[in-house]
Design a protein around this ligand. Structure first.
Ligand SMILES: NC(=O)c1ccc[n+]([C@@H]2O[C@H](COP(=O)([O-])OP(=O)(O)OC[C@H]3O[C@@H](n4cnc5c(N)ncnc54)[C@H](O)[C@@H]3O)[C@@H](O)[C@H]2O)c1
Length: 358
């Protein structure tokens, strides 16, 4: 088992290992007092792992309540958020009680926001079950739900008390979501993980082969989380270097929104990373080999590499993106694999930075 300590406004540990779900009641009890544990999960994941988690929590003295919602991005909305907050109030949940999110990034973002808001903040234990949630969304404290006007527009920074990554849970993750999560793994390689990127290029044939092998699974997940830990430790509130994690994301959020969330997050990030790399290479801002290397990994892992919308359409979405500050927007430029820099550009130039016009 790997243990990574995250230092931020709340310090906490991320545990990474096979079979941790079978021991998670004790792990949660070590960091969270309280009488009630509320499992927040979606209708795909709860039937798979909800009973085991409930039994574990009960064994460790919690009264367990379960809030199950329909899976998918469209559930990450303010109506469900209020519904969950009222569920907590109706069950008499207090500030010392704990929310346990069991699921992918949707469950994590949504449940963590409720934990941050309810009673001005209650305990939070995150049990990510998708690859994307393990390597990215469960660590770092970004929470949120979407508005019809845009993604993650309602949210706050709220750090968990503990994160438990049991990679054996990935065995039931549908292959398309395993691929989807690989986009964020590639992203970590580009922004700060040259060795990770080379490992993906040279050792790994397809997403499933990473996670059939426990040693490789632990290594890949731990490497991603370590990169995120370092970045979040330096810039918890996204004022500076944390924006490096947004490589490909301004374009991705536009793709997700314009597609009505039918293009999933990782695929949107993949197409975004390829497209912006091509644009930067054309401007002479990054190593000429980067676009091809990123594209070939993206394709190897079954992700989309072409933008499903025009650069004009995506530029319009980027102008409305919440990452914009006034008349400027910060973009992430990969100078070489493993090293990216931030560049502030005028909003009116965004189209040049999204992709090369066909
Ligand atoms: N907070 C952050 O820092 C951050 C970072 C990146 C992405 N995100 C957010 O994460 C979300 C995407 O996350 P996601 O891809 O995990 O989506 P998701 O939570 O919708 O999970 C994907 C699908 O896989 C299913 N699933 C999850 N784990 C499973 C398992 N072990 N077995 C079987 N089925 C399983 C889910 O039910 C769902 O249908 C987006 O909303 C995105 O905005 C947040």
């Amino acid at each position: 088992m790997e243990k990574i300590k995250v230092k931020s406004s709340k310090n906490y540990e991320v545990l990474i290992g096979g079979g941790l779900l079978g021991n998670c009641g004790e792990i949660i009890r070590n960091t969270c007092d309280g009488d009630i544990a509320v499992i927040v999960s979606d209708d795909n994941v709860y039937p798979l792992y909800g009973a085991d988690l409930t039994a574990e929590l009960e064994r460790n003295g919690y009264k367990v309540e379960c809030y199950i919602f329909p899976h998918g991005e469209t559930s990450k909305n303010t109506e469900n958020l209020v519904d969950l907050l009222r569920f907590l109030a109706q069950r008499g949940v207090s500030r010392s009680d704990v929310i346990c999110t069991l699921g992918g990034g949707v469950t994590g973002d949504f449940g963590a926001l409720a934990a941050g808001l309810y009673n001005r903040g209650i305990k939070l234990a995150a049990i990510p079950t998708s690859l994307l949630a393990m390597v990215d969304s469960s660590v770092g404290g970004k929470t949120g739900v979407d508005l019809p006007e845009g993604k993650n527009l309602v949210g706050m920074f709220y750090q968990p008390d503990v994160v438990i990554c049991d990679y054996e849970l990935l065995q039931t993750l549908p292959p398309e979501f395993l691929s989807d999560g690989m986009a964020e793994v590639i992203k970590y390689g580009v922004i700060a993980g040259k060795k990770l990127f080379e490992l993906l290029e040279n050792t790994v044939d397809n997403p499933a082969s990473c996670f059939d092998d426990n040693t490789l699974a632990e290594k890949i997940i731990a490497e991603c989380i370590s990169i995120k830990r370092d970045i979040v430790g330096e810039d918890e509130f996204d004022k500076g270097c944390r924006q490096l994690l947004n490589f490909g994301h301004t374009v991705a959020h536009g793709i997700e929104q314009r597609s009505g969330y039918t293009v999933f997050h990782g695929n949107a990030v993949a197409a975004g990373m390829v497209s912006v790399s091509r644009a930067y290479a054309a401007m002479g801002k990054c190593d000429g080999e980067i676009p091809d290397r990123v594209e070939s990994l993206v394709k190897k892992f079954g992700l989309i590499s072409e933008l499903p919308f025009t650069v004009e359409e995506l530029a319009l979405a980027a102008v409305h993106d919440k990452k914009r500050t006034g008349e400027s927007i910060t973009v992430v430029v990969p100078e070489k694999i493993g090293h990216c820099v931030l560049e502030k550009i005028p909003v009116c130039d965004i189209i040049k930075y999204i992709g090369v016009k066909k």
